[in-house]
Ligand binder design. Structure first.
Ligand SMILES: NC(=O)c1ccc[n+]([C@@H]2O[C@H](COP(=O)([O-])OP(=O)(O)OC[C@H]3O[C@@H](n4cnc5c(N)ncnc54)[C@H](OP(=O)(O)O)[C@@H]3O)[C@@H](O)[C@H]2O)c1
Length: 280
């Protein structure tokens, strides 16, 4: 049978119609319980979950990702197919707890990032902690191929920061400077160590990175990752997608398990620098 005979949508190599990828659904109110340390079958309420993600040490940089069991970073190019209600709860808690949200330009573009807004309850929690009501969005980009009229910039409740390098196109830099503080660190590449230092000098101590893979790879290479909060979704995504990390090879680094939560078959892990392993 030729692919033409197989009908519209059939692949040339197999003659079979590609299977539509169904987004796996997870129960809406699936309780989150603690498996380690101190296993406890009592579902974690909102306050307990916030406490479960208290920083291990002040001024840490943590990274949050969701992956499939077979290591995929996305399904059909988006992380949404891997996520679910429990992962989103933790995602929200991590956002609420950070001073700045560090994200690569690729993720902003691919995931259609919106302005980082928090609901009134989360803003109240932050102000009660002496924090600003909203975290600052920090976008990392070499090319500055970012639309200043897009929601993450134009609708931002607080002025975002763009970390770039000296060789970034001057016209794009001028355009973005109308809606964001554009900071050049490094010549050809963004010097992430210097960028993080600049953020800390602005009083942004707790940093959360939501990826993506290239930024995570570069943060790992610069030895800037203090913690990885990794959600493991109970599914096999199959071949195709990349991993949660990308870029140039770097020296492997061992992390220690800090916490393991579960929502049904989905695992919510916290791994951090081993005791005594200080950052740069
Ligand atoms: N599963 C998850 O939890 C998760 C989380 C995030 C993203 N994702 C997925 O990851 C995919 C996007 O991957 P990606 O690798 O393109 O994401 P990314 O790391 O967010 O974006 C790469 C881009 O960000 C900028 N960038 C990152 N690191 C840089 C550095 N060290 N120096 C200078 N610029 C840097 C560059 O932007 P310019 O091109 O502007 O120079 C680079 O092209 C999407 O499919 C998304 O859905 C999944």
């Amino acid at each position: 049978m030729t692919s033409a005979a197989a009908g519209p949508g059939a692949t040339a190599s197999t003659g079979r119609r590609p299977r539509r990828r169904r987004r796996p659904e997870r129960p809406v109110n699936e309780p989150i319980v603690r498996l380690w340390p101190g296993p406890d079958p009592t579902p974690l309420g909102d306050e307990a979950l916030i406490e479960a993600y208290a920083p291990h040490q002040p001024a840490e940089l943590r990274v949050n990702f969701v992956t499939s069991l077979d290591g995929a970073v996305a399904i059909d190019g988006l992380s949404a197919g891997l996520s679910g209600p429990a992962d989103k709860r933790v995602f929200g808690v991590l956002r609420m707890r950070c001073d700045a949200l560090l994200v690569g330009a690729g993720t902003v573009r691919d995931e259609g990032y919106r302005a980082v807004r928090l609901d009134a309850r989360r803003r109240a929690w932050r102000t009660a902690q002496g924090r600003a009501p909203f975290p600052v969005l920090v976008v990392v980009s070499r090319s500055l191929a970012l639309d200043p009229t897009s929601a993450p910039f134009a609708e931002a409740p607080v002025r975002p920061v763009v970390l770039t390098c000296a060789n970034a196109p001057a016209d794009r830099r001028t355009a973005l400077a109308r809606v964001a503080d554009v900071i050049a660190v490094g010549e050809q590449d963004v010097d992430l160590g210097a960028g993080v230092q600049q953020l800390r000098e602005r009083g942004l101590a707790e940093l959360l990175s939501e990826g993506g893979p290239q930024l995570f790879g570069a943060l790992t290479g610069a030895d800037l990752v203090d913690e990885l909060c990794l959600t493991v979704a109970p599914l096999l995504a199959g071949p195709g997608a990349g991993r949660i990390t990308a870029g140039e090879p770097v020296a492997p680094q061992t992390l220690a398990l800090r916490q393991l939560l579960a929502a049904g078959d989905l695992l919510l892990t916290r791994y951090g620098r081993s005791a005594g392993a200080a950052g740069p």
